[in-house]
Design a protein around this ligand. Sequence first.
Ligand code: TYD
Ligand code: MG
Length: 464
Amino acid sequence: MPKIHSEYVCQQCGYKSSSYLGKCPECGSWNSLVETEVSAESERQRISGIQIEGNLVKLSEVKKEHSLRMSTGFSEFDRVLGGGIVPGSLVLISGDPGIGKSTLLLQSAMRIADKSTDHSLQTTAKKKKAVDSRQKAVDNSVLYVTGEESAQQVKIRADRVGKIPPNLYILPQTETEAIVSACEKLSPAILIVDSIQTLTSEKLTGSAGSIGQIRESAQVLQRLAKGTRTSVFVVGHVTKEGNIAGPKVLEHIVDAVLNLEGDEAYGFRILRSVKNRFGSTFEVGVFEMADSGMIEITNPSQVFLSQRIEKRAGSVVCASIAGGRPILSEVQALATSTIFGVPARRVTGLDFSRMQIVIAALAKNAGLSFANLDIYLNVAGGLRITEPAADLAAALAVVSAVLDKPVREGICVFGEVGLLGELRTVAASKAREKEAKRLGFNDFVTPERFKTLEAAISYAIHGD
Ligand code: TYD
Ligand code: MG
């Protein structure tokens, strides 16, 4: 029997202590230390494992590997990854429960595994030979490990979203070591682990989802990815506070963190890169959750504007930047008389405190009174714009709603509103204008053209 000793691990930051402490000295959280047993043997193995990995080499002598990136089967997904999957990478897909992480990864798994099926369908010997050699270079088998659902449940979902390829393997398993040995047996190109919160390592006795277990499992998967060139995707849930459940440590261990967001009430989902060692961050991919799974949207502006009613008061077309690309959307405002009590302000899809400033700046500079009006602001389609470039669009939408006068057709708006009613330029105006022109908006209300809120309002709404 290996000797067992225990330590106290902070569930917020991973700080370890040999005795119990009420407050974590590392991150300052209260009551966050949980007793975790660690066997002396595993500790020794862990330390020796680190020693083996530490090979001393000159950086100049490190050979550059020309590894081909692999497609996920979705161009939007590839875009967020920085141009496809890097062999041997560990990628975390985070998001609220029910947002579609499992669906997206299963669909990708099916598309990746399907490529080899298509190849093997080739009949002529010459073609087959060419394909065989290519397959040796890029194997397309995928192992989908599910700790949350049974194989049956995954099959039902897979049948719903497409045809199941023969190269897709499923393993209902929650033990990290068992996953590693299955992976060694199969050597898949891609390993998907759904989710990291269900994994337990036999080295630790903490329950699944505890910081120790998550960190250990993530480290084991990182070692597996780097050692075998299998690319690993792990799913991580997000807590109510909006953090990836478990820990910051997980974000440090993985190569990329992609967050899947969206309003449950709408079908649109946005995959956003928060961290990426192999590509730019803040890149986004747009999807729609349909009956047959996720559908990628390669032309988001058109989709977000598709249900817009022209010449309706309170509607403004805004050009925002999501990731590296401009997206056109409709900012809507509604103003109604306050029946009772304090006027209400409700904002969805925009930053609430920015909108309070915009409304205050309007009241002061545009000579409008909002004292007896309830104001509602929204971005159609469930898109979320947090950048200040949406200020001017929101301001014009509010004025248009209050005056019940539509903004002139063909206008596209972007710009920041300052406290004194001055308009401030925002980044990437050329890219925004280009996207707007592509969709037929040729008239711009921007800080480049107008210096103040009043001037923008007179032009866009009064037409002078
Ligand atoms: P899921 O991928 O299970 O979410 P997560 O893994 O992030 O928790 O998605 C679950 C939701 O997606 C569920 O509410 C049903 C819906 N859904 C569809 O609308 N269409 C589909 O084809 C599938 C498979 C799921
Ligand atoms: Mg899931």
